[in-house]
Ligand binder design. Structure first.
Ligand code: HEC
Ligand code: HEC
Ligand code: HEC
Ligand code: HEC
Ligand code: HEC
Ligand code: HEC
Ligand code: HEC
Ligand code: HEC
Ligand code: HEC
Ligand code: HEC
Length: 301
């Protein structure tokens, strides 16, 4: 009994060692383990431990690469001699492609961010960590933001300010007299833009985006206004405008950019000359159903 038992146990142990080796031997190569990192980076370790990335979920996604090294790459050489950075992902400026890869190793599985590399930010190598705080970030007392110890998306800053930092040209638009209420924080840039995808890019996507908050403009209309069905932004300046209702230009010029005023319907003949009163007014005071109508093909009701 004894003689046969020992070899079986040994074989089981051996087999499991081999399995672990085969599955993760390469990934493990050159790793020191988080406890080693802790020796010199205690403060970061403590904050990291409170972050979602230290949980079992993160380890399950990338078996064989754990803790600090799941993002920073194999760090044994660095742990031995801190001046050595080879093999280490530092997330420093200039290494954006490598940084993005490090995060996507796991997050490529998320439908929310998986397409990042094909999206505008990804193609222009805007690194994840230019928007997201590291899992061991501090800062805050009173809105320096960062602090990655609470649940959340761990942005470096308030999300609107974050966007406006790089897209400063949009600041002017959002300071115009008529605007989507972003500065007021009633909605945010990310209510319309997914920073990991290009959802506002094409007209189709754009209209369904608008319908998500302006449901009453969704058809189908028995009498539709062609440009409305095509693209809301053919008349509206989405971020902000000097004209009320966010239209690109005030009426009647907005309408006259596409319509030659049909005098026969809008004018009065006085002494043989056609006068159009409509041109001085709001076209929509008569064509009130400008986004589509259930009953009138001239969009009046
Ligand atoms: C023996 C002490 C020690 C150990 C162990 C150690 N580090 Fe470091 N680490 C340092 C020092 C010191 C620096 C700053 C060195 C410098 O800036 O030249 C540093 C810097 C870093 C940096 C920033 C590099 C940069 O250029 O911005 C990262 C990232 C890092 N360590 C990650 C790790 C990880 C991950 C581990 C565990 C695998 C680890 N460290 C283990 C001492 C250590
Ligand atoms: C989820 C990915 C991730 C994990 C896990 C992670 N880090 Fe980092 N780390 C980053 C990012 C991103 C940066 C760059 C921060 C920035 O851009 O402001 C960074 C920066 C650093 C730096 C240099 C700057 C600083 O913040 O002081 C050190 C040192 C560091 N990490 C060590 C560690 C150690 C030690 C661990 C484990 C306790 C760890 N990191 C775990 C993503 C990670
Ligand atoms: C080892 C795998 C792994 C790596 C590498 C990784 N993450 Fe994560 N990340 C996770 C898991 C797991 C979660 C938990 C949420 C989930 O289960 O989807 C998460 C959550 C997040 C969240 C949401 C935070 C929350 O509280 O829910 C953000 C933001 C995030 N990660 C950004 C990053 C960034 C930026 C990097 C690169 C610096 C990175 N991650 C690298 C696995 C990883
Ligand atoms: C331009 C800024 C920016 C960049 C670059 C960016 N993110 Fe984000 N990310 C955000 C914002 C803002 C949110 C919060 C979105 C919201 O509230 O709707 C977010 C949310 C997330 C979430 C939570 C998503 C969810 O719906 O659960 C994860 C995970 C994440 N980002 C990972 C990443 C990773 C990984 C990268 C790089 C591959 C990255 N992000 C690049 C700004 C950015
Ligand atoms: C670190 C700088 C940076 C941050 C932060 C940033 N962006 Fe960008 N963004 C860029 C760059 C670079 C491009 C590509 C070049 C360009 O079109 O300006 C870009 C492109 C875009 C585009 C596409 C522009 C086009 O012409 O089609 C949109 C939309 C956008 N960003 C929205 C956002 C939103 C929303 C946020 C906040 C969640 C944000 N960005 C945060 C740098 C940034
Ligand atoms: C109500 C939805 C909405 C909000 C809120 C919004 N955007 Fe946009 N944004 C759009 C649409 C739609 C487009 C495409 C417009 C077009 O092509 O006429 C766009 C275009 C852009 C572009 C491409 C350049 C341009 O002007 O066409 C950038 C950059 C951008 N937005 C950044 C931002 C930033 C930064 C914020 C927040 C401060 C923001 N957006 C808020 C809907 C929105
Ligand atoms: C996330 C929700 C949201 C999305 C998406 C959205 N809007 Fe808005 N929109 C609002 C809010 C909130 C207001 C302000 C309403 C108010 O002040 O009564 C507003 C106001 C407007 C106004 C001015 C209304 C007025 O009475 O002055 C117009 C025009 C408008 N949106 C058009 C659009 C278009 C076009 C799109 C698509 C590109 C769009 N919106 C996408 C939420 C949204
Ligand atoms: C042909 C030009 C045109 C197009 C295209 C257009 N709009 Fe308008 N929209 C207007 C005009 C003009 C007004 C102002 C009406 C008024 O003052 O009576 C307006 C007003 C609005 C308002 C505020 C007043 C209200 O009726 O609620 C919203 C919201 C709005 N539009 C959303 C949209 C959406 C969403 C789309 C795309 C589905 C769209 N618009 C397409 C011309 C247009
Ligand atoms: C981007 C171009 C464009 C703009 C701007 C525009 N329209 Fe139109 N409109 C059209 C097109 C295209 C049709 C469909 C024409 C057709 O079927 O002959 C149309 C149809 C109409 C009709 C119905 C025509 C009929 O046969 O009875 C009316 C009324 C109308 N528009 C009024 C307006 C008013 C009022 C404005 C300004 C608030 C306006 N339009 C702005 C392109 C535009
Ligand atoms: C005083 C009311 C009134 C005003 C203001 C008005 N319209 Fe009209 N519009 C009408 C009526 C009524 C009709 C057609 C009625 C019919 O044939 O049954 C019409 C028809 C139209 C048609 C369809 C023409 C055709 O021949 O099929 C267009 C396009 C149009 N208007 C555009 C405009 C534009 C652009 C403005 C602003 C410059 C405007 N309207 C201002 C009352 C008005």
């Amino acid at each position: 009994m004894r003689i046969t038992f020992i070899p079986i146990a040994a074989a089981v142990v051996l087999a499991s060692v081999m399995t672990v080796g085969a599955a993760s031997g390469q990934e493990n190569a050159g790793q020191a383990g988080s406890e080693t990192c802790r020796g010199c980076h205690e403060e970061l370790f403590v904050r990291y431990e409170k972050n979602v990335h230290s949980g079992a979920g993160a380890q399950k996604r990338l078996p064989g690469r754990l803790g600090c090294e799941s993002c920073h790459g194999a760090g044994a050489a660095h742990a031995e001699d801190p001046s050595v950075k080879t093999g280490l992902v530092t997330f420093a400026a200039g290494s954006e492609a490598e940084s993005i890869n490090a995060c996507l190793t796991c997050h490529v599985q998320d439908s929310a961010v998986g397409g990042f590399e094909r999206a505008n930010h990804g193609r222009h190598r805007v690194a994840c960590n230019s928007c997201h705080a590291s899992p061991h970030a501090r800062r805050d007392p009173i809105t320096g933001v960062e602090t990655a110890t609470e649940p959340g998306n761990h942005l470096k800053q308030d999300s609107v300010e974050l966007c406006l930092n790089c897209h400063s040209e949009q600041r002017g638009r959002f300071s115009m007299p008529y605007r989507h209420p972003v500065q007021e924080r009633a909605i945010a840039c990310v209510s319309c833009h997914n920073p990991h995808k290009d959802q506002a890019a094409d007209a189709r996507g754009r209209n369904s985006l608008c319908f998500s908050c302006h449901e009453d403009k969704r058809g189908p209309w028995p009498y539709e206004h062609a440009p409305v069905a095509e693209d809301c932004t053919s008349c509206h300046e989405v971020h902000g405008s000097i004209a009320p209702r966010l239209v690109k230009t005030a009426q009647p010029f907005l309408c006259l950019s596409c319509h030659a005023l049909p005098d026969d319907r809008h004018g009065a003949e006085i002494g043989g000359t056609q006068y159009s009163s409509a041109i001085y007014g709001q076209c929509t005071s008569c064509h009130g159903a400008i986004h589509g109508s259930h009953e009138d093909r001239h969009l009046k009701k």
